[in-house]
Design a protein around this ligand. Structure first.
Ligand SMILES: C[S@@+](CC[C@H](N)C(=O)[O-])C[C@H]1O[C@@H](n2cnc3c(N)ncnc32)[C@H](O)[C@@H]1O
Length: 405
């Protein structure tokens, strides 16, 4: 008869430290019985469970996920593992971008390699806006301020299944769902924190019965090919190193006859009065850092060629301009102050770290942007809304029924 194994023996056998084994016990991953003296004693089942836990941990799953999977408490293990795979893929893509960019920068001749690397690589592979509370508030303000401008005419038919990739904190999700009361939505985001925030926002809006918020990558959406009636994308492609690949993946999940709607910005279409070289320098910092991060702050003008190259049909793009002036103090505050200026001001630290601008000039530029909200000032920004379809197959005998209401 075996007496069981002590924590020290298992530490030696598995290569995990005693500290880790104790921590896993506290977190319910592998919780052995105790001797009368209070020492942990692992029986044969505990050892089997421990080896399974090690395998799942090696995949990169969190301890709470490992415990739930081993307890049989995860309602959909396949979905958890698929979402994890999407995260691994996204991480690989990020690392590839970092690797290629570093190789490219190091290939260039120059004296001060360190300064060049810092200047050229600040924010490479990261998300330019970050995931803090101020950014979540900015996304909510943006959605509320621009709802009429950006959502006018965007409505989906009763019964349509709509996919919204890159849903962020759910700011656009609740507007979309409220405007299409008979449609159901699957809204996905790569970041678990965003998913949790979006889920809470959807629940608070009373929309949880027809809006399913999940972790997922736009490059491999967690829905079946050909199963989606409409795709709707807000401010996502501008952050992707390969928007063409994302669009092709989205076309694959659309049914024949299904539609896509994409809304993105374009910093090149910013005009303001009084003009200011410092303000333009601040905007340029954001453009450069977004490019480092793999995105394109001027993607609006590329939407038509991108959708066409991805195979969409009937592609059209309409510019939607917001113009703030003294007669629209609401827009001046919400668009200029809380949306646009908040966004570009958010890159102050990385812009200084990269040596793109001096602190004095950055702060003067932000002040000048805000000055456009004062009497006599004006500010314009143009968004681009693209639409397209996945053409119904010409050989199909089933009549198509586009779901756009
Ligand atoms: C600027 S936010 C826009 C959020 C929302 N659509 C809105 O307009 O309020 C971009 C979002 O895309 C998400 N994202 C970035 N890469 C992604 C990917 N590969 N798949 C899914 N979501 C992604 C980010 O985590 C972030 O929440």
């Amino acid at each position: 008869m075996t007496r069981g194994r002590t924590v020290g023996e298992l530490a030696e056998a598995t290569g995990l430290s005693v500290r880790v084994l104790r921590h896993w016990d506290q977190r319910g991953v592998v919780s052995p019985s105790r001797t009368p003296a209070g020492h942990r004693l692992y029986d044969a089942d505990d050892v089997v469970r421990l080896h399974r836990a090690i395998t799942l941990r090696a995949l990169g799953l969190r301890l709470d996920q490992v415990a739930a999977l081993l307890d049989g408490a995860d309602p959909d293990p396949a979905a958890t593992l698929r979402a994890h795979l999407a995260g691994v893929d996204a991480d690989l893509r990020r690392r590839q971008v970092v690797r290629d960019r570093l190789a490219e920068v190091l290939d260039r001749p120059g004296d001060d390699v360190l300064s060049t690397v810092i200047r050229e690589m600040t924010m490479v592979g990261s998300y330019v806006h970050g995931y803090h509370d101020t950014e979540a508030a900015r996304l909510r303000d943006q959605a509320a301020t621009l709802a009429d401008l950006l959502h006018e005419g965007v409505a989906f038919a009763d019964g349509a299944h709509v996919l919204e990739p890159g849903c962020g904190v759910g700011a656009q999700t609740v507007v979309l769902a409220a405007r299409s009361p008979g449609a159901r939505f699957t809204s996905i985001d790569l970041e678990p924190g965003q998913v949790a925030a979006a889920r809470a926002r959807v629940a608070a809006a009373g929309l949880a019965d027809r809006v399913d918020v999940r972790a997922g990558d736009v490059h491999a959406p967690p829905v079946a090919a050909g199963s989606i009636d409409d795709v709707v994308v807000f401010f996502l492609l501008e952050h992707l190193p390969r928007p063409d690949e994302a669009l092709r993946a989205l076309r694959r999940v659309l049914r024949p006859g299904g539609t896509i709607t994409v809304v993105e910005g374009d910093h090149g279409a910013t005009a303001f009065h009084p003009d200011s070289a410092d303000a333009r320098a601040v905007i340029a910092c954001q453009e450069v850092l977004q490019r480092h991060a793999g995105g394109d702050a001027g993607i609006g003008r590329r939407l038509h060629p991108l959708l066409t190259a991805a195979g969409f049909d009937d592609v059209d793009v309409v510019p939607r301009t917001a113009h703030a002036h003294a007669g629209r103090p609401d827009l001046a505050d919400a668009l200029v102050r809380r949306t646009f200026t908040a966004m570009v001001a958010g890159v102050r630290e990385p812009a200084l770290a990269a040596g793109l601008i001096t602190p004095e000039r950055f702060d003067a530029g932000v002040r000048d942007l805000l000055r456009t909200t004062e009497p006599g000032g004006t500010f314009s920004y143009t968004f681009f809304r693209a639409t397209g379809t996945r053409a119904a197959s010409t050989t199909s005998v089933t009549p198509t029924n586009p779901s756009r209401a």
